[in-house]
Ligand binder design. Structure first.
Ligand SMILES: Cc1ncc(COP(=O)(O)O)c(C=O)c1O
Length: 375
């Protein structure tokens, strides 16, 4: 079976994990966590970043940091993972779903202003498939209306918007290092604090509301309860996996790009014939090869293609069920027709297998199977 995703693990990851365990520092903020911060600082110029137990909890931390109150409204795309919305729903804020752009599947920045009310407090935007949103436009709207912007860059580490790294494009960036992402630690994530003023409180929130990190830094000799918070700090053993992955940053990126480019080039004749639509990357963006999506003419054709590929040992994935029309979205009072582009594309998009260790033979097999289907 060709899976839709598989993490790439080598002797290096194993060596670092064993070393982390032998250091007897199994909890957070040990040697490998610090090494990851250094690697991220060197590569992306990111100064203030905190590893978290998941991309989900990085998003939850952002919702605490911006002091959302019950009834505050948050503008968010519906074409995303549940975590983007749960993060602020847990604070009792209300999602206001924004439809997507047909090219990138990202929030349509031209619709945002029409959704703003006196209760709007934040915009959570999502860099779907590792393609950044049009952040200059989104940030300008947010500045005009005094809103926070949180960039859900769970899928976008290593991508760029107008030459700037994804995750650094607004007040907060949230990464995921889940095993399905480009660089993994099993379960894990990070919050990027692009304004220094949030760092102290973020450290406290991540440590169950205590100032324990200040003790580790030698600023004080006793720690105590200062704020709300939770257990958002990942084990150093997991950070060891991520540190090895970041040592292999270029290798992993190159291998993923090779698969992405093969799909993009070799499926082009099918697009030219009108059988499907290929991925679209806007001129402002450089992507990280996170996933390759095709769009089929109808959801029926998508269903048949999924079955056809499965019969040939290939797992293709139907991406997200739009949140606004999912059972929870409906319970919150949303209707399918609220986001027509999301509803339409959500039914027709298909994610092809893509991972760093995918062989050329397997990539060719997927391309051949898609061709055979349309024949
Ligand atoms: C857009 C988006 N946001 C948030 C998450 C949550 O990340 P994690 O699985 O690390 O909690 C994901 C993960 O799939 C995601 O794709």
């Amino acid at each position: 079976m060709i899976p839709f995703n598989k993490a790439t693990i080598t002797d290096l990851e194993e060596r670092y994990v064993i070393d982390a365990m032998r250091n007897s520092k199994l909890s957070g903020d040990g040697k490998y966590t610090m090494r990851v911060y250094e690697q991220i600082r060197e590569r992306f110029g990111i100064k203030d970043i905190l590893l978290t137990t998941s991309g989900t909890t990085a998003l939850e931390m952002s919702a605490i940091l911006i002091n959302l109150d019950p009834g505050d409204e948050v503008i968010v795309p519906s074409f995303t993972f549940s975590s983007t919305v749960n993060a602020f729903l847990l604070r009792r804020a209300k999602p206001v779903f924004c439809d997507i752009r047909p090219d990138t599947f990202n929030m349509d920045e031209n619709l945002i202003e029409s959704l703003i009310t006196p209760n709007t407090k934040a915009i959570y935007c999502v860099d779907y498939a590792g393609i950044p949103c049009d952040m200059d436009v989104i940030n300008a709207i947010a500045d005009k209306h005094g809103l926070f912007v949180i960039e859900d860059a769970a899928q976008a580490i290593g991508s760029k918007y107008k030459g700037r790294w994804a995750g650094t494009l607004s007040e907060f960036g949230c990464f995921s290092f889940h095993e399905t992402k480009n660089y993994v630690m099993g379960e894990g994530g990070a919050i990027v604090l692009n304004e220094e003023k949030y760092l102290d409180r973020a450290e406290i929130i991540r440590e169950k509301g205590t100032n324990r990190r200040q003790v580790l830094k030698g600023w004080t000799d006793k720690y105590t309860w200062h704020d709300i918070g939770s257990s958002f700090l990942p084990s150093d053993v997991l950070a060891a996996i991520l540190s090895a992955q970041l040592d292999r940053y270029d290798e992993i990126m190159d291998k993923r790009m090779r698969v992405w480019n093969a799909y993009h080039e070799q499926l082009k004749p099918l697009e030219d014939r009108g059988d499907l639509r290929l991925a679209i990357v806007p001129d402002y963006a450089e992507h990280n090869g996170h996933m390759y999506n095709i769009v089929l003419p109808t959801d029926d054709i998508r269903t048949h293609l999924v079955d056809f590929l499965k019969e040939r040992g290939i797992m293709a994935y139907i991406c997200y069920v739009p949140l606004h029309s999912a059972p929870m979205g409906r319970r919150l009072g949303n209707k399918a027709e609220d986001c027509p582009v999301t509803e339409d594309l959500g039914n027709r998009v298909l994610r092809l297998p893509l991972y760093a260790d995918m062989t050329e033979a397997d990539t060719d097999k997927v391309i051949a199977a898609v061709n055979e289907f349309f024949r």
